[in-house]
Design a protein around this ligand. Structure first.
Ligand code: SF4
Ligand code: SF4
Length: 237
């Protein structure tokens, strides 16, 4: 049976991202996420580099692999040509494929992002759809957003958008042909398969935690937890 390191090696991003680390810490010094989170890309590279299966398994279950903002600043600075950001992409994918992401609070957020951004893309062709930004889940937007949300049609007209309508313009309806193409991309690249894995493992976790889960939508306890929970240990104090 293939080990975790061998599985990571099958990911072209991992192969490109990990050459030989000399532990200098330049990636951590340049990393904007390390400034904010309790996070150190140098340590992730060191742990992966050890090839120790237990260590890699711990990483797949950890909070730390979800802190990277994928900005790729580390790519430009590593004196050995490593790319911690790419190593982390490979770790995240393996964590999703094997279900370890549900073991961490940040990892469980994969469910929330799949149910929002992921499904928006497959349904509308956009990451963000104004009518899906529920004011109850976005109190930070304040009462103005609540008003916009209720009057979204009028607001879009006044802004000159072509919201969900045929033809040109901002937030227009994406053509059936383009949507078909988009779905094909998600099929052949394994995106849909990964979405299914996120659902499957999230359902298992919801049962384990005894949190209500629904097959569709965001009106369920598991979504609310994954969207809003914050155990307070992620950021630097
Ligand atoms: S900058 Fe490169 S060599 Fe230095 S710790 Fe980071 S990955 Fe390793
Ligand atoms: S890609 Fe990730 S690890 Fe690299 S600098 Fe950006 S946030 Fe840090």
């Amino acid at each position: 049976m293939k080990g975790l390191f061998d599985k990571l090696m099958e990911d072209v991003r991992f192969e490109e991202g990990l050459k030989a680390c000399m532990n200098c810490g330049v990636c951590t010094a340049i990393c904007p996420a390390a400034e904010f989170y309790n996070y150190d890309p140098r340590q992730i590279v060191t742990r992966v580099h050890s090839r120790d299966e237990e260590t890699i398994l711990d990483l797949l279950k950890s909070e730390t692999i979800w802190y990277c903002g994928q900005c790729m600043s580390c790519k430009t600075r590593c004196p050995r040509g490593n790319v911690p950001g790419l190593i982390i992409m490979a770790l995240r994918k393996l964590s999703q494929e094997e279900g370890h992401f549900t073991e961490s609070e940040k990892g469980r957020q994969q469910f929330a992002i799949k149910r929002t951004v992921g499904e928006n893309i497959l349904q509308y062709g956009y990451c963000v759809i104004p009518e899906n930004i529920n004011p109850d889940l976005h109190r930070e937007q304040g009462p103005v957003w609540e008003w916009i949300f209720k009057n979204i049609g009028d607001v879009m007209d006044r802004l000159g958008a072509n919201y969900k309508k045929e033809g040109a313009g901002a937030l227009r309806k994406i053509s059936d042909e383009s949507m078909k193409e988009l779905h094909s991309i998600f099929e052949v690249t394994g995106g849909k398969q990964l979405f299914n894995k996120i659902e499957e493992f999230s359902l298992q976790k919801a049962r384990e935690l005894n949190w209500e889960y629904k097959e569709k939508g965001i009106d369920n306890d598991y979504f609310r937890h994954t969207y809003t929970d914050n155990n307070g240990t992620h950021t630097k104090t």
